[in-house]
Design a protein. Structure first.
Length: 222
């Protein structure tokens, strides 16, 4: 469990969660935060909230899949196991197969396009900075992160970005919060939605919440 999260406060906020706007997106963001906390009761509550607002298993599954980019495989696998137990997947057959050249090329193309969209005029600086530290990492970000995962069509990029913001609040990652709050704006998220997602956590995560509000202000969002 994240050390900065007050479970009692988080549970209270979930009990009081009755959104008048953006209910689906905010529900997914809360689920993303619960994955970061890695508490089963919070996962139960956030899935129940999402189901109440009409979310199906597929959307939860996409949040689980993208969580490994920001939280690592252990928490992603914990969330995947919990989701499968609570909402079993349909009996579908997935062939374990080698990645094709066409598939890898598509990941690169989609990833480059999405990364540029998220970072906007900061894309060049990002590329220069990351390549200066570890050239392979930027390539992985484009192909693995933005191409293979975040470009999946089952969930829109605005939903994905605000869910990322929510888990980064739990993690209290100030630099990444700044990048992804700005990125959410770049791909079309309104300042109202971003503020709501930040405030939905509020005092449940003091340090991360304060960092997010600070970044929100630095970007001139009101």
């Amino acid at each position: 469990m994240s050390a900065g999260v007050n479970l009692t406060s988080f549970q209270r906020r979930l009990a009081d969660f009755h959104p008048q706007r953006y209910p689906l997106t905010r529900s997914l963001a809360l689920y993303s935060a619960a994955i970061a906390v890695a508490d089963e009761k919070l996962l139960d509550q956030t899935i129940h909230i999402g189901r109440t607002h009409g979310l199906g298993r597929e959307k939860f599954h996409e949040i689980v899949l993208q969580s490994y980019l920001f939280l690592g495989f252990p928490r992603m696998l914990t969330a995947a196991e919990h989701l499968t137990r609570l909402l079993p997947a349909a009996n579908e057959s997935f062939a374990f197969r080698q990645i094709s050249q066409e598939e890898s090329e598509q990941w690169f193309t989609n990833g480059l396009q999405l990364c540029r969209a998220v970072y906007g005029d900061g894309y060049g600086r990002l590329k220069e900075k990351v390549e200066g530290m570890a050239p392979d990492v930027f390539r992985w970000m484009v192909i693995e992160g933005y191409g293979k995962v975040l470009s999946r069509p089952q969930l829109g990029i605005v939903d994905r970005e605000v869910a990322i913001i929510s888990c980064l609040i739990v993690e209290n990652r100030a630099r990444q919060l700044f990048s992804h709050i700005r990125g959410a704006v770049n791909v079309g998220a309104s300042s109202d939605l971003i503020r709501d997602v930040i405030d939905d956590l509020g005092d449940a995560d003091g340090p991360g919440y304060n960092a997010a509000r600070s970044m929100f202000g630095k970007l001139g969002l009101v």
